[in-house]
Design a binder for this molecule. Structure first.
Ligand code: ADP
Ligand code: MG
Length: 701
C-alpha cells in the first residue's frame, strides 16, 4: 500500500532535486515520513515577551516587542555592520547585522511595531542581538503559529543550502498541508484507548508545532511508546516462532569428553551459580528445540568455563561448536585456555581470525568440513560466508554487544537445522538495553563470583602523581605481582593512540629498566602472531608489565596480574573502565585499579571517575552509564550496538514505557502469534514496514 507519507522528499514543494540530495545525505530524509520523523531536539518558548530592562546575560533566546528608532553602519571592511537601536518602554538594545544590510534597511521601517527574537549578548556595556528574527507585531498576531518553536539539528552543509531550523519547520508545515496528506494510524484502536494515547497524526503535528508543554509531553509519550512497542513486538514474534519450531539438535549423550574433563581436568570446583546455569543450558540442549539463551554474569564470574563444558557436550554428541570473541586478543586467549584445558582429551580445538595465514586457514577449513575439528575459536571471521562446518551444533558469542537479532540471524544460514546459540555478556547490561537487544532470548544469570575474590581497590591520580604510582608498581612487582598499563584507543585515530602508547612506553621503560624489569606490549597494529607471543610472555610471568591499548579491554585473564593502571582514564566510558578493571582481581590477592587523569576534568568525566571509584557492581555501573549519557543520545545507543537507531525513545529514561510496551507486545503475540486477527492487521503492516527490509524472517526458522 503506498501512502502519501512514502512520497519522495524531492516532490515536496520547496524542496526540489538539489535540496533533496542534501536532506538525504545529511539527515537521511528520503520521504515525507522521514521528514516528519525528524524530531526537534528542543523548543523555544515564544509565549513570553520580555522587557528590555529585565535582560540578563544568562538568557538564551528572548522575544521583545518595540520599535527601531534609527539605523547606522559601524566598522569597515569585513567588520562592517548595520546597527539598529531598538526600544521598548523600558530600555534600548542594539540589533546587529553583518550580512544583507541593504535588504534590511529597505524592508524594516523606523517606528513600526515589531516583535523580535534572538539571543542577547552583552557588548561594551549594552545588550546586542545579532541577526534577530523580526516580524511586524500585527502580522505575527494574525499568523497561526505555535507557542513553542521547535529547534532541529542541522549540519553546516544544510545551513549552506538554507536548510536551517526555520526552513525545516517550514518544510514540515508544507508536508502537513500537502494535498491528499493522510496520516494513517499505526497502532490498534484498543491500545490507544487503553493507554490513553493521542493519535499518530496528532502526535506528529504536536511534536513539531506544540502549543503547550502538555502537548509536547503527550506527543513524545505516544511516539516513544510506538517506537519501543514495535521493537518489542518484533522480538516477541521471533521468540514465539522459534519456540514453536520443534527442530533443534538433541544433545542427549553425556560422554567421554565431558566426563573426562569433569573428573580429571576441572581446574577448580564450580560455583553454585555456574552449576545452575550449566544445568539450565543442558536442559535446553536436550529439549529438541533450538536454544537461544543469554548468559549474563559480571566480569570475572567464570562464563568461559560454562561455555566450555557445553561445547564438550556438543562434541560428545558428534557436533562442532564455535566460540566467537570480539577481539583477536581475546580469541587468542580463549584458544590458549581452552586448548590447555582439553589437552588430555580427544578434542581438537582450532583458532581462526582475520590474520590466520592462508595455508593454516586451508587446513582449518578442511578440518571443519571433515569434522575433525570439534571446537573453533575466533573473531568475526567465524561467520564469514566461506567458513563451512560439517555439523555445527553450538555457537557461543562472547562479549559482543553488537550481536542483536539481525546479526544472530546470519548464523542460521549456515545450517539447515539452526545451531544452539549462547550469547555471553558481562557488565550486566542495563535491563532496558538487554530487553531491547536481546529481548527474544531466554536468560541465565551467574550471580556469584568464584570464592576468595577480594573487591578491587580503585583510586584516581593525576599525571603529576606519576612517580608515586610508579613506586607502587615497583612494590607490587617486588611482591611477585604483574601490572597492566592501558592507553585509550580511539577508532578514528589509530596513529594518535599509537603515539600515546609509544610515549608512555618510553617513560615506563625508563622507570622500569632491564634486566630487573621486563615489559610486554600489545596493540592493534601488531599481527596476531606477535600479539600471541606478547600475551604468552605476560601470562607465563616472564614479563612484569603489560603495556597495551584497549585491545585487552575485554576478557583477558591473567590471575597473577594485580594492578591495572588506566592512562587518560577520563577518555573512557564507564562500562569500558569496568571491563578494564575486571582484568585484575582474578586471583586471591588484593588487586588495584589506578585511574590516571588530567588535572582538569569536565564535569562528565569527574562523574564517571567518581562512579567507578565508588562502585564495583557492574550492574550499578551500567545503569549509571546509561543515565549519564543524557537525553536522546543517539550515539549512546549506537555505541551499545543496537541494530537500529532509536529516534525518540531513550533507554536511560524510558524504562517504564519500555516495560509497558513489552507487556502489551507479549500479550498480543500470546493471543495471536501470527497477527492474523483483523484488529492486528495494522501491526503486521507496520512490522513489515519497519523491519521487513532489514532481515527476512524466513532466515530465522
Ligand atoms: P568472565 O565471566 O569475565 O568471562 P572468566 O571466564 O574469564 O570470566 O573467568 C575469570 C577467572 O575466574 C578465570 O581465571 C577463571 O579461570 C576463574 N574461574 C572461573 N570459574 C571459577 C571457579 N568456579 N572457581 C575459581 N576460579 C574460577
Ligand atoms: Mg569472558
Amino acid at each position: 500500500m503506498s501512502e502519501v507519507l512514502d512520497t519522495e522528499i524531492k516532490f515536496l514543494p520547496g524542496v526540489g532535486p538539489k535540496r533533496a540530495e542534501i536532506l538525504e545525505e545529511e539527515a537521511e530524509i528520503f520521504t515525507f515520513r522521514d521528514l516528519l520523523s525528524c524530531f526537534p531536539y528542543r523548543y523555544i518558548d515564544k509565549t513570553r515577551i520580555y522587557s528590555i530592562k529585565d535582560l540578563d546575560t544568562l538568557m538564551q533566546y528572548v522575544q521583545l516587542k518595540g520599535h527601531i528608532s534609527r539605523f547606522s553602519t559601524e566598522g569597515a571592511g569585513s567588520g562592517k555592520r548595520l546597527v539598529a537601536d531598538f526600544h521598548d518602554s523600558t530600555g534600548m538594545v542594539k540589533l546587529v547585522w553583518f550580512k544583507g544590510l541593504k535588504w534590511i534597511t529597505s524592508n524594516y521601517k523606523i517606528n513600526t511595531e515589531y516583535i523580535i527574537f534572538g539571543k542577547p549578548s552583552l557588548f561594551s556595556g549594552s545588550f546586542n542581538i545579532v541577526h534577530p528574527e523580526i516580524e511586524e507585531a500585527d502580522k505575527k498576531a494574525a499568523r497561526v503559529s505555535s507557542a513553542f518553536e521547535a529547534q532541529y539539528s542541522t549540519t553546516e552543509k544544510m545551513k549552506d543550502h538554507f536548510l536551517n531550523t526555520r526552513a525545516i519547520a517550514k518544510l514540515i508545515a508544507a508536508c502537513f498541508s500537502h494535498p491528499g496528506m493522510v496520516i494513517t494510524e499505526t497502532l490498534p484502536e484498543d491500545i490507544i484507548k487503553r493507554l490513553n494515547l493521542i493519535s499518530l497524526s496528532d502526535a506528529l503535528f504536536k511534536i513539531h508545532f506544540p502549543d503547550s508543554n502538555e502537548d509536547i509531553e503527550r506527543a513524545r509519550y505516544r511516539l516513544k511508546f510506538e517506537e519501543l512497542f514495535y521493537i518489542q513486538l518484533n522480538l516477541m514474534r521471533y521468540k514465539n516462532r522459534r519456540d514453536k519450531v520443534k527442530h533443534g539438535f538433541v544433545f542427549s549423550v553425556v560422554g567421554e569428553r565431558l566426563n573426562g574433563f569433569y573428573h580429571n581436568a576441572l581446574p577448580f570446583p564450580l560455583t553454585e551459580a555456574q552449576k545452575r546455569v550449566i544445568r539450565e543450558i543442558r536442559t535446553d540442549l536436550g529439549s529438541g528445540r533450538q536454544m537461544n539463551r543469554l548468559l549474563q554474569g559480571d566480569v570475572g564470574s567464570g562464563k568461559t568455563m560454562v561455555a566450555l563444558m557445553n561445547m564438550l557436550i556438543a562434541a560428545d554428541n558428534g557436533f562442532q561448536s564455535c566460540l566467537m570473541a570480539p577481539t583477536e586478543v581475546l580469541a587468542i586467549q580463549h584458544h590458549e585456555t581452552i586448548a590447555r584445558y582439553v589437552k588430555e582429551l580427544d578434542v581438537k580445538v582450532a583458532l581462526l581470525t582475520g590474520s590466520t595465514k592462508k595455508r593454516e586457514r586451508g587446513e582449518i577449513e578442511s578440518g571443519l568440513l571433515d569434522g575433525s575439528i570439534n571446537i573453533l575459536i575466533g573473531t568475526h571471521a567465524l561467520i564469514e560466508e566461506n567458513v563451512r562446518y560439517s555439523n555445527l551444533g553450538f555457537v557461543v558469542i562472547d562479549e559482543q554487544h553488537r550481536f542483536g537479532v539481525a546479526q544472530r540471524a546470519k548464523l542460521w544460514q549456515k545450517n539447515e537445522c539452526p545451531p544452539h546459540v549462547l550469547v555471553m555478556t558481562a557488565t550486566p547490561i542495563p535491563r532496558t538495553l538487554a530487553m531491547t537487544l536481546y529481548g527474544d532470548l531466554d536468560v541465565s544469570v551467574i550471580d556469584q563470583l568464584p570464592p576468595g575474590r577480594r573487591p578491587v581497590k580503585t583510586m584516581a591520580f593525576t599525571d603529576a602523581e606519576r612517580e608515586k604510582v610508579f613506586g607502587f608498581m615497583r612494590r607490587q612487582i617486588a611482591d611477585g605481582r604483574q601490572v597492566y598499563v592501558v592507553y585509550p584507543l580511539i577508532k578514528e585515530s589509530e596513529t594518535l593512540d599509537y603515539k600515546d602508547l609509544e610515549d608512555g612506553l618510553e617513560s615506563i621503560a625508563r622507570a622500569f629498566p632491564p634486566p630487573k624489569y621486563a615489559i610486554s606490549v600489545v596493540h592493534g597494529k601488531m599481527n596476531s602472531r606477535d600479539k600471541e607471543i606478547s600475551m604468552n610472555q605476560f601470562r607465563s610471568g616472564q614479563t612484569h608489565i603489560m603495556v597495551a591499548t584497549t585491545v585487552i579491554e575485554v576478557g583477558v585473564d591473567v590471575p597473577n596480574a594485580s594492578v591495572m593502571v588506566i592512562e587518560s582514564a577520563e577518555r573512557f566510558g564507564l562500562s569500558q573502565l569496568h571491563q578494564l578493571r575486571g582484568r585484575v582481581g582474578r586471583g586471591a590477592d588484593q588487586s588495584y585499579c589506578i585511574l590516571m587523569t588530567a588535572r582538569k576534568l569536565s564535569s562528565d568525566a569527574t562523574a564517571r571517575i567518581e562512579t567507578i571509584v565508588g562502585s564495583t557492581d557492574g550492574f550499578e555501573i551500567a545503569e549509571a552509564d546509561l543515565k549519564m549519557r543524557g537525553p536522546g543520545d543517539l550515539e549512546g545507543t549506537q555505541q551499545s550496538g543496537m541494530a537500529f537507531d532509536l529516534h525518540i525513545a531513550d533507554l536511560g529514561k524510558d524504562g517504564q514505557i519500555l516495560s509497558i510496551a513489552r507487556n502489551i507486545a507479549e500479550e498480543i503475540i500470546d493471543a495471536d502469534s501470527d497477527l492474523v486477527q483483523p484488529g492486528n492487521k495494522v501491526l503486521r503492516i507496520n512490522l513489515h514496514r519497519i523491519f521487513g527490509r532489514k532481515y527476512s524472517w524466513s532466515e530465522i526458522s
